[in-house]
Design a protein around this ligand. Structure first.
Ligand SMILES: Cc1cc2nc3c(=O)[nH]c(=O)nc-3n(C[C@H](O)[C@H](O)[C@H](O)COP(=O)(O)OP(=O)(O)OC[C@H]3O[C@@H](n4cnc5c(N)ncnc54)[C@H](O)[C@@H]3O)c2cc1C
Length: 460
């Protein structure tokens, strides 16, 4: 249970900087601190740091990078910030959006140049809501590669990572200064470690069913696809210390997780010209709004399921993602030479499916906008062999959290900063506002990487 104890006990050890959580946010923070000459200790509850970062596609959006320049892409942090604010209906704090959009590009270049992370730009499709190609990923386009490379870089740089160290309590004095933490070890023993500064990088509350019920009720009974160890500790500790929280209903959902395989199917299958039907063979939404807001409509369909329909060309694009290749290997992506044979393979009512398929293709031929408001202008027709995958909707991670300033310091409701507490990644309030539809692709790793670097570098 996460708690704050109002006393300053004897500590077995003391370090200048403690980081709770060894996901992208925690490891980037620790690397940045090391670079500034600060000794950092990362406390991670799992035997090996993985977090939601390992479950992600590892794609980080950034504007004005050298990879974009090499590809002739014109972009800027200001344009990126405008896209974020537009997607989030103007809800996020503009100064916070400016801080992360200006920070993330140089941080990716630093991770590549100094720590050998070979980022490249995704050039063959644009994520919904981004007005430029700006998603950067590692060769396998997987979060596993991202976390493994960050861990290797942190270890090589001399960062200490203590695995199987579950932080269960914070100790704070009367001025809200955090003096240290208590960790629980797998054998049941407890240790107390003191700190000069504390960075909360233990993500949000997606793994805490009651907090999800309270803040994201639409997805509470659906699949949680993030890391189960993310139990809302940052928000619970922050609140106990008098910190401000914001946008706790904000989250990233996803409307395309292969069912029952539980493998993420990239939304590129939709954006490139595919569509979704329910088990009755009917469409139910404009799928191009974004994958995050698609989660609740998919879960609202019969059996909480839908089918993504696309073709071989689109599968070729999706295949750059390890997850998609895994889904194919697991037999989750049936193919057929005709749409009616595809419907048969998926157990969909053939007549209804054929009517839907023909309607979509007719819309494409005419360049029309359909009744859901989806524009098919310039969208190529599907061609055989046709592909499909049965999917469900899921909660990926929460986007609300502790309010931080441009240095990632945790703030009180009156705007003053807590003395030595910082938050990064899913522990901090993100830049997605209070609704699923406010999530712009990449907002998760954006605030993990950017706030991680800001928190790590921050002067005490
Ligand atoms: C399937 C999936 C796909 C995604 N794809 C993308 C994508 O392509 N691009 C993108 O930007 N975002 C994506 N996201 C979101 C992204 O993964 C997260 O926003 C990001 O990884 C958050 O990083 P983090 O470091 O804050 O948290 P995490 O990576 O979850 O790390 C938190 C760590 O803290 C540890 N921890 C928690 N509590 C404690 C405690 N009390 N004591 C010690 N340790 C603790 C956990 O074990 C964990 O290792 C995706 C998410 C999912 C689930």
């Amino acid at each position: 249970m996460s708690r704050v104890v109002r006393e300053v006990p004897e500590f077995e050890a003391e370090v200048p900087l403690l980081v709770v959580g060894g996901g992208a946010a925690g490891l980037v923070a620790a690397l940045a601190a090391r670079e500034a000459g600060v000794e950092a200790l990362v406390l991670e509850r799992d035997p090996v740091p993985r977090g939601s970062t390992a479950l992600s596609a590892g794609l980080v959006p950034a504007a004005g990078t050298r990879w974009q320049r090499a590809a002739g892409i014109e972009d800027s942090p200001a344009l990126f910030a405008a896209d974020i604010l537009k997607k989030a209906h103007g809800e996020p704090d503009a100064a916070a959006v400016a801080a992360v959009t200006e920070t993330v590009g140089p941080v990716l270049e630093w991770l590549a140049g100094r720590h050998g992370l070979p980022f490249s730009l995704i050039e063959d499709f644009r994520y919904p809501g981004h007005s430029a190609l700006r998603m950067h990923g590692l060769p396998s386009r997987s979060g596993e590669e991202l976390i493994d490379r960050l861990r290797a870089a942190a270890e090589a740089a001399g960062v200490d990572i203590l695995p199987e160290a579950h932080v269960v309590a914070l100790f704070a004095d009367a001025s809200d200064r955090v003096a240290g933490v208590e960790i629980a070890r797998p054998d049941g023993s407890r240790e107390r470690i003191g700190c000069g500064r504390l960075i909360l990088a233990c993500n949000g509350y997606g793994g805490h069913r009651d907090l999800v019920r309270r803040h994201v009720p639409d997805l509470a009974e659906g699949l949680y696809f993030g890391h189960p160890g993310n139990q809302g500790d940052a928000v619970l500790w922050g609140e106990a210390l008098g910190a401000a929280t914001r946008h706790l209903s904000g989250h990233q959902g996803h409307g395309s997780v292969a069912h029952p395989h539980g493998i993420l199917i990239t939304w590129a299958v939709i954006m490139e010209g595919g569509f979704q039907v329910n088990l009755e063979g009917r469409r139910f939404a404009d799928e191009t709004g974004g994958y995050s807001e698609a989660a609740a409509p998919v879960l609202a369909q019969p059996e909480g399921l839908a089918v993504c329909v696309f073709d071989a060309r689109i599968a070729g694009i999706a295949r750059q993602f390890e997850d998609f290749r895994r889904a194919e290997a697991a037999g989750a992506v049936p193919q057929a030479d005709t749409p009616d044979a595809l419907a048969g393979r998926l157990g969909l009512p053939v007549e209804a499916f054929m009517a839907t398929f023909e309607a979509v293709e007719a819309c494409k031929r005419r360049g029309d906008t359909d009744d859901f408001g989806r524009s098919f202008a310039g969208v190529p027709p599907l061609a055989p062999p046709y592909h499909a995958v049965r999917v469900t909707g899921a909660l990926f991670h929460t986007q609300g959290g502790l309010v931080v300033d441009g240095r990632a310091r945790v703030l009180r409701p009156d705007g003053s900063a807590l003395p030595n507490l910082y938050a990064a990644g899913g522990a901090a309030c993100g830049v997605s506002g209070s609704r699923a539809s406010g999530y712009l692709s990449g907002n998760g790793l954006l605030t993990a990487v950017a706030y991680g670097a800001l928190a790590g570098r921050a002067e005490p």
